[in-house]
Design a binder for this molecule. Structure first.
Ligand SMILES: [Zn+2]
Ligand SMILES: [Zn+2]
Length: 414
C-alpha cells in the first residue's frame, strides 16, 4: 500500500496540466472503493459479533472506540454496512444488499458518501404504502442520477421522486385535515435601534419568498473582478430591504409592456462578437465585453450595436420576432432552468442562445434554452454543450467534468 501511494505521489508531480484532473478522478474513485471495502469489513465484524466478545456490546461502540469516531459517524458506518453489503440470513443464505444499485456504484467508485447518504435518506422517507417494485425502481433511479449530480442536487431529485411516488400511493386514512396556512413573523425593536426578525413561513409560501429573496441576494461584484464581500446573511437582509422598496414603489413604478425599465449597454460590434474589450452602461459604469455578451444572449435584450463610426448596424433581424411568444414556448418546454439538477422557476431564468445571435444563431425555440443567472454564467464560462431536441434539452459536460461527455438532462423537469 505504501509503495502504491508513493507511485501515486510521483505520478502527480510528473503529470502535465491535462493529466492532473484524471489523477484527481482516479484517486477519488479509489478512496470511494476503499470506503465500500471498509463497509464490508464492518459488516463482517457485525456478522461475527466481535463487539460482544470484546466487551463493547455493539459494533457502533467498537468502531467509535477503535477509530476515534464520533458516535454519529460510527452509527452511520454500521447503518451503511447493513444497507450496502450482501445480507446473510441465519441459515447461511446470501442475499443481495438492501440498496443494490447504490452498493454497486460505490463499489465501482462512481459515487461518494454524500450521494450514498442522500439515497439512504430518500429511501427511508418512502411511505410504507409504496410497493416493492416502485421502491426498487426509485433506488435504481437515484443510484443512476447519483453518478452525475452533487448531493444537493440529488436531494432535490430525491424529493421529486418521493412526490411522484406519493401521488401513486393510497391516501392515508386517518390523516387530519391540514390546518390553514399560518406563518409567523415577530418584529422586535432592539435597543440599538435595529429590528430583529424571527418566525417561519408555511411550506407553500416558502418557494415564492425564497426565490424572490435569492434573486435579489445574488452576489454583486463591487467592481469587475472584485467579488461581493457581503456574507449570505447580509445579502439576504439587503435583498429584503430592496424588495420592500420595490413593493412601496410598485404603484408608480414605470414599466415597459410589463417589463422593468430597460438598461442600455453600449459597446462596439467587434467587442460583442469576440467578447474582448469593454462596454458602458447607462450611468457610465464599465462592464467587460464578455459579460455584455452574456447579457445580450438573453432574448429580452434588443440589440442596437454600433459599427466603427458609431453608425447603427442592422443585426437585429432575428430579434424582431415577438420575444414574449418565444419565452412562452421556452417556458412550456423547459419549465424553468433546464440545467441538470436546477430547480429555479421560469421567472428567474434568461433565454440563452446556444449559438449566440452575434454568431448568426437564431432567436428561436431550437436555439434557445431557459437558464437561471448562475447556470447562464456557468455555460458561458465552462464549456458545456447544449443539444436541443424536439421537446427536450440535453447538456454535455466539458471533459474536465466527465471525460466520456455523457449527455445529461434535468430530472427535475420530467
Ligand atoms: Zn447565454
Ligand atoms: Zn439553474
Amino acid at each position: 500500500m505504501v509503495v502504491c501511494l508513493d507511485q501515486w505521489r510521483a505520478a502527480i508531480v510528473g503529470c502535465d496540466d491535462t493529466g492532473l484532473p484524471d489523477q484527481i478522478r482516479d484517486i477519488e474513485a479509489v478512496s470511494r472503493m476503499l470506503h465500500a471495502v471498509m463497509l464490508e469489513a464492518v459488516a463482517e465484524v457485525e456478522f461475527r459479533n466481535i463487539a460482544a466478545s470484546t466487551g463493547f456490546g455493539t459494533t457502533k461502540r467498537l468502531l467509535a472506540g477503535m477509530l476515534q469516531l464520533s458516535a454519529t459517524e460510527a452509527g452511520t458506518r454500521v447503518a451503511r454496512a447493513t444497507q450496502l453489503t450482501a445480507r446473510r440470513t441465519l441459515s447461511g443464505e446470501v442475499l443481495p444488499p438492501a440498496l443494490p444499485n447504490t452498493a454497486a456504484a460505490l463499489g465501482a467508485g462512481e459515487i461518494g458518501v454524500g450521494q450514498v447518504r442522500v439515497i439512504a435518506e430518500t429511501m427511508s422517507a418512502i411511505p410504507a404504502s409504496v410497493g416493492v417494485e416502485q421502491r426498487e425502481a426509485a433506488e435504481a433511479d437515484l443510484a443512476r442520477y447519483a453518478r452525475s449530480f452533487t448531493p444537493t442536487s440529488l436531494q432535490k431529485i430525491g424529493r421529486h421522486i418521493l412526490a411522484h411516488l406519493d401521488q401513486d400511493g393510497p391516501q392515508p386514512r386517518e390523516e387530519p385535515e391540514p390546518a390553514a396556512a399560518a406563518g409567523e413573523l415577530r418584529l422586535r425593536e432592539r435597543r440599538d435601534g435595529r429590528l430583529g426578525l424571527e418566525g417561519f413561513l408555511e411550506a407553500e409560501h416558502s418557494g415564492a419568498f425564497r426565490s424572490l429573496i435569492e434573486q435579489f441576494a445574488a452576489p454583486r461584484p463591487a467592481a469587475e473582478g472584485i467579488p461581493d464581500a457581503r456574507t449570505t446573511a447580509q445579502r439576504n437582509a439587503d435583498a429584503l430591504v430592496e424588495v420592500c422598496g420595490l413593493a412601496r414603489a410598485a404603484q408608480d413604478c414605470p414599466t415597459t409592456g410589463g417589463e422593468p425599465p430597460h438598461l442600455t449597454v453600449t459597446l462596439g460590434w467587434e467587442a460583442l462578437r469576440t467578447g474582448l474589450g469593454a462596454a458602458t452602461l447607462d450611468y457610465g459604469t464599465h462592464l467587460s465585453a464578455s459579460a455584455a455578451r452574456r447579457w445580450a444572449c438573453d432574448a429580452k435584450v434588443i440589440p442596437a450595436v454600433l459599427g466603427g463610426g458609431s453608425e447603427p448596424l442592422d443585426v437585429g433581424r432575428a430579434m424582431r420576432t415577438v420575444p414574449l411568444s418565444l419565452r412562452r414556448a421556452l417556458v412550456a418546454r423547459d419549465r424553468g432552468c433546464a440545467f441538470p439538477g436546477c430547480d429555479r422557476p421560469p421567472g428567474l431564468c434568461q433565454a440563452h442562445h446556444c449559438r449566440h445571435w452575434v454568431d448568426g444563431g437564431d432567436t428561436s425555440v431550437d436555439n434557445c434554452v431557459l437558464l437561471c443567472e448562475t447556470h447562464h454564467r456557468h455555460v458561458h464560462c465552462t464549456g458545456w454543450e447544449i443539444l436541443i431536441h424536439p421537446g427536450y434539452v440535453e447538456f454535455i459536460p466539458p471533459t474536465i467534468i466527465d471525460p466520456d461527455r455523457r449527455p445529461l438532462h434535468n430530472p427535475l423537469r420530467c
